[in-house]
Each structure stands twice: as structure tokens, then as C-alpha cells.
Design a protein around this ligand. Structure first.
Ligand SMILES: [Zn+2]
Length: 99
């Protein structure tokens, strides 16, 4: 799915900090990483600002969300309605184990 469509769907709002940004300050983030089989479909892509993307760094999404309550709240409120149920289920399982 094209990045502009992801940004528009998410109303140019970062799903981690909940703030709105100009498109050039936004990135597209994979919920399930490509190296773990994640694809480029709309249900696996969310809008993230450059700052949150940098804070997340190499962390797995579950690790990042576990360490950041605000990011977790924003993600489940803003992104979850668009993410494939199968991917959300996996994420919730990862958050619960050793959480
Ligand atoms: Zn952000």
C-alpha cells in the first residue's frame, strides 16, 4: 500500500505519540517486521513520526510498546482498528509474555 494512503488513513497522526505531522516528517512502520514475514499490505503498515521511529530503533514493536505506556495506549487506540487481527493477536501475545 502506498505510503501516502497510509498517512491519509491515519490522518497524518503518528500512532505512537498521537501527534500530527507534515507528510515529509512521517515514516511508514511495519507492525510485523519484513524479516519476520510482514508484508506491505495496509493491515501491516502504520504511520510513525521520525522521532518515534528513532526512539523505537531496532526494538521489536512489543518491546517498544512494553517500555512506553503512552505509545502503547496510542497504538491500540489509533492503529489497532486498521491492523490485521492475526498480527494484533501475535503482538498482544508478545506483550503479555514476560510483560
Ligand atoms: Zn511519534
Amino acid at each position: 500500500m502506498r505510503r501516502e494512503l497510509i498517512f491519509a488513513r491515519d490522518e497524518y497522526r503518528c500512532v505512537y505519540c498521537g501527534e500530527r505531522f507534515e507528510p515529509e516528517l512521517l515514516t511508514v512502520d511495519h507492525v510485523q517486521p519484513r524479516m519476520r514475514g510482514g508484508d506491505r499490505s495496509g493491515g501491516n503498515l502504520v504511520t510513525a513520526c521520525g522521532g518515534c521511529n528513532a526512539r523505537k530503533g531496532p526494538l521489536r514493536l512489543a518491546e517498544f510498546l512494553r517500555a512506553d505506556d503512552a505509545a502503547r495506549d496510542h497504538f491500540f487506540r489509533l492503529a489497532a482498528p486498521h491492523v490485521w487481527p492475526r498480527i494484533l493477536r501475535t503482538l498482544r501475545e508478545e506483550l503479555e509474555c514476560s510483560g
